[in-house]
Write a protein that binds this ligand. Structure first.
Ligand code: ZN
Length: 145
């Protein structure tokens, strides 16, 4: 019959770690956080960094910013970079189709055409939206330690 020794009932316990979990890469490399001290001093920090003001020695800890709010900021910026690559891939695919059906002239025409459409319609719209996103960028009240 079964050997009880091969099925140990007690699994080795996972040691509780004293070190806090490292921040995800997307958070560590996210947009800088501008901290303005009560005395007017400013500093750009990464999430998770601490800063002590040179003027008045108050210290600020960016870990106090809710992580999920900061992460959503980063998601928006990643999204802004997806659209240009998607458009580029779509234009490349259309060019390929024209070449394959034997209309290379149409393929050549589509390059300046899509460049014109991008710079006169898509880019200004995106820029407006990005300015708006910056204006609506959340503000956090960090209290000095
Ligand atoms: Zn200060």
């Amino acid at each position: 019959m079964g050997d009880p020794a091969t099925h140990p009932a007690v699994k080795p316990a996972i040691k509780p770690s004293a070190v806090p979990a490292p921040l995800p890469r997307s958070v560590r490399r996210g947009p800088p956080i501008t901290v303005t001290c009560e005395c007017g001093e400013r500093c750009d920090l990464r999430y998770g960094e601490r800063w002590s003001c040179e003027g008045c020695a108050r210290t600020y800890d960016t870990n106090r910013i809710p992580l999920e709010e900061y992460a959503s900021l980063r998601r928006n910026r990643v999204h802004d970079r997806i659209l240009p690559s998607a458009v580029f891939a779509a234009v490349a695919a259309v060019i390929l189709v024209f070449v394959l059906i034997g209309r290379p002239l149409a393929a050549i025409v589509i390059v300046p055409l899509s460049g014109f459409v991008w710079s006169s319609f898509v880019r200004p719209a995106r820029r407006r939206r990005q300015y708006q996103a910056i204006a609506e960028r959340p503000r956090w009240q960090l209290r000095a330690d």
